[in-house]
Design a protein. Structure first.
Length: 663
C-alpha cells in the first residue's frame, strides 16, 4: 500500500487549481510547479508550496520531467498528479516517478503504453471483442500497403496519426485522388507533433456522435463505469461543449457501451480514472475510438450527475484502497453541460488570442460551477492551451441545465482579450443543440459562414454612448486639480454635450449626448432620442442602466480614451468613438495639436501665439463639473495658433491651440 502526504501537481491553470482544491480538502499538502511565464499564477497561490521549473516554453518547463522530479525531491513530495495534457500519458514519466519513489496518480506505465498508440490499442480492442471501426492498423506503413487497404475499406475514410490525438495528423479523405497527399501531410504533422509518422486508416463515420464512457479501476480488480458524456460539439476535432448524460442514450445502450468500456479497461488491467471514447451512429451502433489514460477535461459533468469527486477517487485508489462503490451503486441524477471558455477570436476563424485579463468575474448561482486558473490582471500568454476556464451547469433536466448555462455565460465578465463567450452562448441557443441533435458536424453545419456577433440594437448603442460619457466624467473627477470629495457629482448650471460617431457593421451612426445631471443623459441618434439613467452597481464596471424606462444590468470596460466595451444580455460589443479616435491619432503622432479632453469651460490660456514652449509647460486650464484640469504641452515648439479664449465653452476634442514642433 503506497501512502503519501504531499502531492505535487505537474500541471498548470484550471486543472492544477481543481486538483489542489480536492487535495487540500482531503488533508494533503500541495506543491505547485510553474514556468517563468506563470509567476504569480492562480495555481501557484492556491498551493502550499510553489517551485519554478524553467522558462515559458513547455519543453523547458511543464514537459521537463527532470525538473519536475527535482522539484518533488526539493519539497518532500511523495506523489505526483499529472492532470491532463503535458506528461499525463507519458509512460516513461510514470516509470521515472516510480524509480524516484513517488506515487504516480494514474494507471501503470504498461497500461499507458498499451493505449498510447492507436494502432496497437485498436488491435488489442479487436482481440478483446470491443466494437471497432473497420480500418487498417497493421505495422506495414508503405504507401502501397495503405493505398491497398484504403481501396478495401472504401471512401470516405479517416487518416490518423497512430501515436497521438487532438486532431493532429488527422485527415478526412473523400476519394482515392485525395489519399496520397493526405498521407504525406498527415505523416509530416504526426512526426512533428508526436515523434512518430505511423498512421492508421478508418472508415469515416460521417456526422456521428462522440460519446465517451468514464471508467474507474482499483488494484483489487474492481472496474466500474460512471455513465457517459456526449462530446460531439467540436471544432477541428477539439471539444467545445460536453454534456452528461448523452441526449439520445437509452438504458440498454448505456449498459452495452459501459460494459464494452469496462472490457477495454480490463484488457490492460487498468487502475484509476480513464475514459473510453466511442463514435455512435444514427442506428445506435458504436465503435471504439481511443482510450485516454488520465482524467479528462470534461470530467466535471460526470461529477455533477453522480455526486462523486473523481480526483478524490484517484487519490484513494492510488494509495491502494478499494473503490468505495460498486456498479450497482452508481446513479445518475439530472443533467450537466460544460463549455470551454477559450482565449480566441471566433470571428477570425477561432485564432488563439493573448493579452491581459483586465476584467474577470466568473459567474455564480444555483447549479453553476466554474473551474478556472485565471486571476484578474493576469497575462494570458501564447505559450499554452488557450482554454482559460470551464463553466458547468447542472439542472434537474437538460432544458434547465441549458438555461442555467446560458444565463451563466451572460453573467461571465471577461475583458482584455478576444474570447469565445458570445459564440458559446449562441451555440447553446441553436435549435439543433436545444433538441439534443448535435453531432460532430454541428459547428461546421451551423456556422457555415463563420461566427458573426449580433449587431446591437439602437437603444444599446445609446446606452454605450451614455456610459462612455459617464466614464469619461468619472475619469475627469479623478484627474481634477481640486480634490475636495464634496465636489464629486457636482455639475454646476451648465449642460455638456458631446458628439460621437460609431460604425456598426457598415453603417456610421452620429450621436449627440447631452448630460442632464451627473448620471442622466439624453442621447440622439438616427432620428431617435433615448433617455439614459446610469447607476453604478459595483466598483468593477458593473452598472444598472435605464433606457427609456427599461432597466439593464451592464458591464462596461474602458479600453482607451476613445473606445469602450459594453456587455449586456449575453453580447459584448466594442464601441469606438471615431471622432475622438481621429483626434487622438493626430495627437499621438506628435502633431502639436492640443484639444479639449472633455466638455468644459476655458478658465485660463497661459500662452500667446509666438511663444516658445517646452514639453510639459502649462498651456491652459479648463473647468468641468466644478473641477479644474491643467493642459500641458506634449511636444516642444512654437505656439502658432490659438483657437479658444477664456470663457469659451468647448466640446470634447475641440482644438484649443496648435504647436509647431521644434526640429
Amino acid at each position: 500500500m503506497s501512502r503519501f502526504e504531499t502531492l505535487l501537481i505537474a500541471n498548470r491553470g484550471e486543472i492544477a487549481c481543481r486538483i489542489i482544491d480536492t487535495a487540500r480538502r482531503e488533508g494533503y499538502r500541495t506543491v505547485a510547479v510553474y514556468s517563468e511565464a506563470d509567476v504569480g499564477a492562480r495555481h501557484t497561490q492556491a498551493a502550499d508550496v510553489a517551485v519554478c521549473i524553467g522558462p515559458a516554453a513547455v519543453a523547458d518547463s511543464y514537459l521537463n520531467a527532470e525538473q519536475i522530479l527535482r522539484a518533488a525531491a526539493r519539497t518532500g513530495a511523495d506523489a505526483i498528479h499529472p492532470g491532463y495534457g503535458f506528461l499525463s500519458e507519458n509512460a516513461e514519466f510514470a516509470r521515472a516517478c516510480a524509480a524516484a519513489g513517488l506515487v504516480f496518480i494514474g494507471p501503470a506505465p504498461d497500461a499507458i503504453e498499451a493505449m498510447g498508440n492507436k494502432a496497437a490499442s485498436k488491435r488489442r480492442m479487436l482481440a478483446a471483442g470491443v466494437p471497432c471501426i473497420p480500418g487498417y492498423q497493421a505495422e506495414e506503413q508503405s504507401d502501397a500497403a495503405l493505398l491497398t487497404a484504403a481501396a478495401e475499406i472504401g471512401f470516405p475514410l479517416m487518416v490518423k496519426a497512430a501515436a497521438g490525438g487532438g486532431g493532429r495528423g488527422m485527415r478526412l479523405v473523400h476519394s482515392e485522388a485525395e489519399l496520397a497527399p493526405a498521407l504525406t501531410s498527415a505523416r509530416s504533422e504526426a512526426e512533428t507533433a508526436f515523434g512518430s509518422d505511423e498512421l492508421i486508416l478508418e472508415k469515416a463515420v460521417l456526422r456521428p456522435r462522440h460519446v465517451e464512457v468514464q471508467v474507474f479501476g482499483d488494484s483489487h480488480g474492481n472496474l466500474i463505469y460512471l455513465g457517459e458524456r456526449d462530446c460531439s460539439v467540436q471544432r477541428r476535432h477539439q471539444k467545445v461543449i460536453e454534456e452528461a448524460p448523452c441526449p439520445v442514450m437509452t438504458p440498454a445502450l448505456r449498459e452495452e457501451m459501459g460494459l464494452a468500456a469496462v472490457e477495454a479497461a480490463r484488457s490492460i488491467a487498468y487502475e484509476g480514472a480513464g475514459t473510453v471514447e466511442f463514435l455512435l451512429d444514427d442506428d445506435g451502433h458504436f465503435y471504439f475510438l481511443e482510450m485516454n489514460t488520465r482524467l479528462q477535461v470534461e470530467h466535471p459533468v460526470t461529477e455533477m450527475i453522480t455526486g462523486l469527486d473523481l480526483v478524490a477517487l484517484q487519490l484513494s485508489v492510488a494509495q491502494g484502497e478499494a473503490l468505495p462503490i460498486a456498479q450497482s451503486d452508481v446513479a445518475l441524477d439530472g443533467h450537466a453541460i460544460e463549455v470551454r471558455l477559450y482565449a480566441e477570436d471566433p470571428t477570425n476563424d477561432f485564432l488563439p488570442a493573448s493579452g491581459t485579463a483586465s476584467r474577470w468575474r466568473p459567474p455564480s448561482g444555483a447549479g453553476i460551477r466554474v473551474d478556472h486558473g485565471l486571476l484578474e490582471g493576469q497575462e494570458v500568454s501564447p505559450f499554452y492551451d488557450p482554454m482559460v476556464a470551464k463553466i458547468i451547469a447542472w439542472g434537474s433536466d437538460r432544458a434547465m441545465a441549458c438555461r442555467r448555462l446560458r444565463r451563466a455565460l451572460e453573467n461571465t465578465v471577461l475583458f482584455g482579450f478576444e474570447n469565445n463567450r458570445a459564440f458559446l452562448h449562441a451555440a447553446l441557443a441553436e435549435q439543433t443543440f436545444q433538441r439534443g441533435d448535435a453531432t460532430t458536424a454541428f459547428i461546421e453545419e451551423t456556422f457555415t459562414e463563420g461566427f458573426v456577433s449580433a449587431a446591437p440594437l439602437l437603444e444599446h448603442v445609446a446606452l454605450a454612448a451614455a456610459l462612455q460619457c459617464h466614464q469619461a466624467a468619472q475619469q475627469m473627477f479623478l484627474q481634477r486639480l481640486d480634490h475636495s470629495a464634496g465636489l464629486q457629482g457636482w455639475t454646476g448650471s451648465r449642460r455638456f454635450a458631446r458628439q460621437l460617431r460609431y460604425t456598426i457593421g457598415d453603417e456610421a451612426l452620429n450621436l449627440a449626448v447631452t448630460s442632464q445631471s451627473d448620471a442622466s443623459y439624453q442621447v440622439a441618434l438616427a432620428e431617435s432620442e433615448f433617455a439614459v439613467e446610469v447607476a453604478a452597481d459595483d466598483t468593477r464596471g458593473g452598472y444598472v442602466v435605464e433606457v427609456d424606462g427599461a432597466r439593464y444590468g451592464v458591464v462596461a470596460h474602458q479600453i482607451s480614451a476613445d473606445s469602450i466595451s459594453v456587455q449586456m444580455q449575453g453580447n459584448a460589443t466594442v464601441f469606438v468613438d471615431e471622432l475622438a479616435a481621429s483626434t487622438a491619432d493626430a495627437s499621438n503622432e506628435g502633431s502639436g495639436t492640443v484639444t479639449a479632453p472633455m466638455h468644459g469651460n476655458v478658465l485660463e490660456i497661459s500662452v500667446e501665439e509666438g511663444d516658445h514652449v517646452a514639453e510639459g509647460d502649462a498651456l491652459a486650464v479648463m473647468e468641468a463639473m466644478k473641477m479644474e484640469h491643467r493642459l500641458t504641452a506634449s511636444v516642444a515648439g512654437t505656439v502658432v495658433q490659438i483657437n479658444a479664449r477664456v470663457g469659451d465653452q468647448l466640446t470634447a476634442g475641440a482644438v484649443i491651440l496648435q504647436i509647431d514642433r521644434a526640429e
